[in-house]
Design a binder for this molecule. Structure first.
Ligand SMILES: [Zn+2]
Length: 318
């Protein structure tokens, strides 16, 4: 057209400006407050990435099974939520196992997050440890992160664990291993040895961002309220809260993931484990008619393998 109508370039610029200035879009519907979940937000220029998780139901199930002190329940719920968030920044298709070896009174901790229905489980060496009696639960040690996908060798990285905190250790890990500046905060409620509520968020400043973007984010973080209280029945995604955290940025909620406590133990796995023992050990158990008994370190399910089944492991084909 010769009448000064919009050119293709002008039209592109106009649509892009409209897209950049429109309101935040949300993935509907939001799951109800009683249901755990994780969502991702992304700024339109790619400066910031936000992950928000609610893990209340999962951490309640995990800590109730482990038989925790209040202190350990808090640590376990924090670790579960932090591992879930960190895994979602690395690779949502991968299984991530994060272990903390440290001489603190809680002992070794292991969190396992696997793909599928958002499975999450945690084990701890000394669930009954109490800081006031047994000394600090966590001390400086080693943190190992193993990422694995079916059919591939796991990728394992090790880093220093700082006894001062799980959040700090994970932020250091993400900065040094992934070269991404990250802010991680977990908020946990505990009652009678059970974590009754947990929520957490991780916000990352991507390389696309400017110094001014980062300063704005830090200002917003300084003023932000705890996340858990911002998740309500009317606003289960904490949309109002997220709007304050990313105030000044144009952004959208882009995806949701499921989260649930799940254990992968089974009688078949126990039998496979026993079959891997030295033959003389199995023969010894059979001779003494000693059933094998093992308790899952994550869900505390007890598996008992009686003598005839142990004898079966010695037969040809095993
Ligand atoms: Zn189990």
């Amino acid at each position: 057209m010769a009448d000064g109508g919009e050119s293709a370039v002008e039209r592109y610029k106009r649509l892009r400006a409209e897209r950049l200035s429109g309101p935040t879009s949300w993935v509907e519907p939001a799951p109800p407050i009683a249901q755990d979940g994780l969502w991702r937000g992304l700024t339109r220029e790619g400066e910031m990435r936000l992950l928000v998780a609610r893990t209340s139901t999962a951490v309640r199930a995990i800590t109730a099974r482990l038989g925790c002190s209040d202190d350990v329940a808090r640590v376990v719920a924090e670790l579960a939520t932090a591992t879930l968030l960190v895994r979602s920044t690395l690779n949502p298709e991968a299984q991530v196992q994060l272990s903390i070896q440290n001489p603190g009174s809680a002992g070794r901790l292991l969190a396992d997050v696997f793909p599928g229905e958002g499975g999450l489980r945690v084990s701890v060496a000394t669930p009954g440890a109490v800081a006031a009696v047994d000394g600090p639960l966590l001390r400086d040690g080693l943190m190992q992160i193993a990422r694995s996908r079916p059919g591939r060798d796991p990728y394992v990285s090790s880093t220093e664990f700082l006894g001062s905190g799980i959040e700090t250790s994970m932020m250091e890990y993400l900065l040094h291993s992934e070269q991404i500046l990250s802010f991680l905060r977990i908020d946990v409620a505990v009652q009678d040895g059970v974590a009754t509520g947990a929520a957490g968020f991780l916000v990352q400043a991507m390389p696309e961002g400017s110094r001014a973007d980062l300063e704005r984010l830090v200002r917003n973080l300084d003023a932000i309220d705890p996340l858990r209280g911002a998740m309500t029945a009317e606003d289960p995604d904490a949309r109002a809260w997220a709007g304050r955290l990313l105030d000044g940025f144009r952004w959208d909620q882009v995806a949701r993931e499921k989260v649930a406590f799940a254990c992968r133990c089974s009688r078949e796995r126990v039998l496979a484990l026993l079959a891997g023992l030295p033959r003389e050990d199995i023969e010894d158990m059979v001779r003494r008619e000693d059933p094998a008994e093992t308790t899952c370190e994550f869900c505390r399910a007890v598996y008992r393998v009686a003598t005839p089944d142990l004898r079966g492991l010695l037969s040809p084909g095993h």
